[in-house]
Design a protein around this ligand. Sequence first.
Ligand code: PMP
Length: 368
Amino acid sequence: MTGIDDLPVRDELRGQSPYGAPQLDVPVRLNTNENPYPLPEALIDRITERVREAARTLNRYPDRDAVELRTALARYLTRTAGHPVGAANVWAANGSNEVIQQLLQTFGGPGRTAIGFEPSYSMHALIARGTGTGWISGPRNEDFTIDVAAAERSIAGNRPDVVFITSPNNPTGTAVDTETVLALYEAAQAAGPAMVVVDEAYGEFSHAPSLLPLIEGRPHLVLSRTMSKAFGAAGLRLGYLAADPAVVDAVQLVRLPYHLSSVTQATALAALEHTDTLLRYVEQLKDERDRLVSELRSIGYDVTQSDANFIQFGRFQDASAAWRAILDRGVLIRNNGVPGWLRVSVGTPAENDAFLEAARTLHKEITA
Ligand code: PMP
């Protein structure tokens, strides 16, 4: 049988594994940081209307520049982050993964490098590989916060072209403070100048104020966002960035023409009309997150500070065995490969109760 290695694939892809969070059919799935709440019926009706309208012109290509959608996203950011931005500051793509890919195609690529502070979102390194960008794994402190002095040294020594900061960080959950972002931005300008991409996929769940005002006067700073988490629309595939208009102009050089389908644009616009309802779910999820943190601590687990819709907890001598024990009780969580730790996404109250029950039983078994 022919295998990958029998094909003339690029050398750097040989022996590698694809992204692969398990998609198992179990009663409680808390492993990919999805929003557990289905979209409300009124929004489903509005999506149907908007998509029906879009279907009338599906013989035509979509608006290549997605102007109406970018305007609506800019309005959302202006309102929620308290800093005025316009469509010229915003660019949208199929999930923030595609936004990140376009950024690396533009600012990374062969002969260039990107740095991330690990453990962090594994796709940054994978997309770097896919775009031929060299990857540098930067350091973190024991408590998973960014070690600023070590990060500055790493940036100065490696002179990367792109610096990734994930805030709140995935899989550890903690937001990065503004001073750290500014310090790393300065280090990246002194060494590079490099682009600094702050991945704020979980920004709406954070206690920390938005970093949006920082893009003013910092043309090398990019914020990456998504509708997959707070908007409960992971299936939609809609991510976006906010930055200086020059960054938006630059990514035009690599984006595929008509990359965002008319159906995607129509659906995202409908969801943005229901922002207030969707953000109320975010508040419920934040309350549930705080409940999970305190219950996990009272069971006896260590919990990393969470500003997101997921929680890293431990410590386990054997995280894989603990992951399996929780799965055996019908709850799928995530083993991100951080030694001693597992990650659980915040679900509905009933799902969280099922998880807590499994976690409680496991803790008794481990400590017996
Ligand atoms: N950034 C981070 C930190 C994430 O955790 C995720 C999804 N797990 C993404 C980006 C990508 O999300 P999407 O492509 O659905 O927007």
